[in-house]
Design a binder for this molecule. Structure first.
Ligand code: ZN
Ligand code: ZN
Ligand code: ZN
Length: 391
C-alpha cells in the first residue's frame, strides 16, 4: 500500500540531501521586522550597552527579534523525485449491519430520541460517497536572535575572545520530525559584563510606595498625629507618619533587573524554532453531508510519503487530489524555503468512508450518513426527536 519513492542520486541533477550549510559569501544578514513602538518597556537597555558582534549587527533587544534567513546551501539541494511504483488504491464500503449499528448507537446517545425509526425503518438504499483527504506537512526550522541580559553572578565573559559562530552554524538538537519545539541558545563569544542600566550600578532602586522616604503619612490620622480633637493617634503614636511596609522603612528595594548584583551579563540569545506546518484538502463529495463534519473523523491511510522534499503524488485516481498536492507543495515551497530551513515533508492521503443511507419509516423516506473510521452518524432530519410524542 505505502510506497517509498526511490531517490536516484545518480540521475538527479542535484546532490545529496541534508548538505552541510555554511554561511553565504556575504555572511549571514538579518531580516528584521520593523520594531514595534511599545515593545520595549521603560527599562529597555540603551543601544550603547550592546557590543558590535560580527554576523549579528542587526540584533535588537526585546521580543520579536529578527528572523535570520538560512544561508544558501553550499551543496545543491536534492530535488524530489517521483515514485516509481503506484500503490493499489482500493475503496472499502460498509455493510448494512454496520450502518444500522452505528445509527442505533447514535440514537441511544440522544436522550430523548425514539429508537423506533432505527428498529422499524427499512433501509432502501446505501450509497457510497467516499472521499479523500490530502494532507501536506512541512517541518521547518527557523532562527532569530535578540540581545538579552541577566544578573551577573560570575558567569564566563567571552565577548571578543573569538568571533561568534554564525547563527546557522550553532548546533541545535532537533526534536523528532513533525513535532513543534523551541530551543534558546546563548550565542558563544557574545557575553560581556555591563553596569546595570536600571539602577545605574547601585543594585537598588527607590521604593515606589514611599518614593524613597522609608515612611509615609499615617493612614489613620492622615498625618495629624491626633484623632478626635487631642487624643493621640495610637497607630503612629503621634508621629503622623508610619514606616513603609514595602521597603521595611529603608526607602529602597533591591533592583529587579540585576537582583542587587549591580552588574549584568549582556549576551545574544538565539531562538531556534521547529514548526510543523500542516495543510489539508478534502475532496468535495456531492452527498449532501457538510465537509466540516469530516474534520472530526479519521480515515483509512492509503498513502504516506515522507522525505526531505516530497514530489506531488502522481497517478492517483482522483484528479482533485493530484491538483491539491501540486498546489500545496508549491505553496509550501514558496512560503517556507525563504525564511526557514525545510527539514522534512510528509504527504498522506486518507480515504474517508461516507455512506448515505436511505430508509423508509411510517411510509416516508429519510436519510442519514455514516462517515469516518469512527462510523460517526449525521441525521439532521431524524423523524422522531421526542420519544414522548411517538406511539
Ligand atoms: Zn518604601
Ligand atoms: Zn497616625
Ligand atoms: Zn540593577
Amino acid at each position: 500500500m505505502d510506497y517509498k519513492p526511490i531517490m536516484d542520486h545518480g540521475r538527479s541533477s542535484y546532490g545529496v540531501p541534508n548538505p552541510g550549510y555554511l554561511p553565504s559569501a556575504e555572511g549571514p544578514s538579518a531580516m528584521f521586522a520593523p520594531p514595534a513602538p511599545d515593545s520595549q518597556g521603560p527599562s529597555a537597555p540603551p543601544a550603547s550597552m550592546f557590543d558590535n558582534m560580527p554576523g549579528y549587527e542587526g540584533t535588537v533587544a526585546g521580543g520579536g527579534g529578527g528572523f535570520l534567513p538560512p544561508p544558501m546551501p553550499t551543496h545543491p539541494t536534492p530535488q524530489p523525485q517521483p515514485g516509481s511504483e503506484q500503490p493499489q488504491w482500493n475503496i472499502p464500503s460498509i455493510s448494512e449491519a454496520t450502518a444500522r449499528e452505528a445509527f442505533a448507537l447514535w440514537v441511544s446517545s440522544k436522550c430523548c430520541y425514539s429508537s423506533a425509526p432505527v428498529k422499524d425503518g427499512v433501509i432502501t438504499n446505501m450509497e457510497a460517497f467516499n472521499t479523500y483527504r490530502y494532507r501536506l506537512e512541512t517541518f521547518t526550522e527557523s532562527r532569530s536572535t535578540e540581545w538579552s541580559h541577566e544578573p551577573y553572578k560570575g558567569q564566563p565573559v567571552d565577548a571578543y575572545a573569538q568571533p561568534p559562530p554564525g547563527p546557522w552554524d550553532i548546533p541545535a538538537t532537533a526534536p523528532s520530525y513533525f513535532t513543534d519545539s523551541q530551543q534558546i541558545i546563548k550565542v558563544p563569544y557574545t557575553s560581556s559584563m555591563k553596569s546595570c542600566h536600571v539602577c545605574m550600578g547601585m543594585g537598588r532602586t527607590p521604593c515606589k510606595d514611599c518614593t524613597g522616604a522609608g515612611n509615609k503619612v499615617c493612614w489613620v490620622c492622615n498625618g495629624a498625629g491626633f484623632r478626635h480633637g487631642n487624643e493621640r493617634c495610637n497607630h503612629c503614636f503621634g508621629r503622623g507618619r508610619e514606616n513603609c511596609h514595602f521597603c521595611h522603612g529603608q526607602g529602597f528595594k533591591q533592583c529587579p533587573t540585576c537582583h542587587g548584583k549591580q552588574q549584568l551579563l549582556v549576551y545574544i540569545n538565539l531562538t531556534v524554532k521547529w514548526t510543523n506546518n500542516s495543510d489539508n484538502y478534502v475532496v468535495e463529495q456531492c452527498s449532501g453531508l457538510d465537509l466540516d463534519n469530516l474534520s472530526q473523523v479519521s480515515g483509512k491511510e492509503v498513502f504516506r510519503d515522507s522525505q526531505y522534499l516530497v514530489y506531488p503524488v502522481m497517478g492517483f485516481p482522483d484528479p482533485a487530489v493530484v491538483n491539491a498536492a501540486q498546489r500545496l507543495i508549491s505553496e509550501h515551497q514558496g512560503r517556507f524555503s525563504q525564511t526557514s530551513r525545510i527539514l522534512q515533508q510528509r504527504q498522506t492521503i486518507e480515504l474517508i468512508p461516507v455512506t448515505k443511507v436511505t430508509y423508509s419509516w411510517k411510509g416516508k423516506t429519510h436519510i442519514y450518513f455514516v462517515y469516518g473510521n469512527e462510523f460517526k452518524v449525521n441525521a439532521d432530519n431524524y423523524p422522531a426527536t421526542c420519544c414522548c410524542t411517538v406511539m
